[in-house]
Design a protein. Sequence first.
Length: 348
Amino acid sequence: MTSGKNGLTYADAGVDIDAGNALVDRIKPAAKRTNRSGVAGGLGGFGALFDLKAAGYSDPILVGATDGVGTKLRIAIDTGVVDGVGIDLVAMCVNDLVCQGAEPLFFLDYFATGKLETDVAARIIEGIAEGCVRSGCALIGGETAEMPGMYPEGDFDLAGFAVGAMERGTALPEGVQEGDVLLGLASDGVHSNGYSLVRKLVEVSGLGWDADCPFGEGSLGAVLLTPTRLYVKQCLAAVRAGGVHALAHITGGGLTENLPRVLPEDLGADIDLNAWELPPVFKWMAETGNIAEAEMLKTFNCGIGMILSVSADRADALTEVLAAEGETVSRLGTVTAGAGMRYSGKLL
């Protein structure tokens, strides 16, 4: 069909369909890297297919989780270091899924921006694919939304959705009891929570994102953008070894709020704050903002990104399993009678 008119186009309104198509072509190899049993189709369809039977499940229960990266994105946008936020996005979803005892199966992302910059978008989605590879789930679809007027130049937003599965009757938490040992897995820094306070602390310090990092190698911005650690394969190995009663992903709310979520109402926990060493980033933040210990514990992970409640007679064996999977494991304390978190020792 032809027309003699030289009218407005979608591109004139700020939406470049050709750029979107170019992005899909560029990210197809990244998505292909994430293929696993159960994937039943490629990118580009109106929906994404997954075959649970082909994935090895006979009587599955599905588990869903959705999340974002929060204001950590602001640092990524301001520094241009966007390669790791895709890993953060996946981690925030799949680390939650594994706490239910579920194996992550597939992931979908939502990337929204005012003007699509193909290279930036591709780097972000390639990071998402890397997160999927590390956690054993497939990137089977997503949405890239170019919305002029909705975001300032260079800004973007990012969200994700993961689906996992487990056989019926295997959900966690289950069997948590007084005397269970609490095993903590080390974090890789701040992860993806508390960044509104992190950015305030950097402002108070007077440092710029490109300044030498006071607590690590490289620039301050780059170190603070260290991706969230993925605990999926390690925790699944521990669950399959037997003796794991619960897992708690230490995100917003810190140790104080997240561990009680997986404990029965009549049980609490005794935590020895001297059981692990507070990483330098948290020491720097506490000193810079004169932050009280209680505030640190309910805002940040403070160096512990995942906690497992395990049978006391399996604690040593599970520590070995987790260490063999590459985890730094600390014996934090025990599950106790009476609700509430009780701390001994000194964090700061």
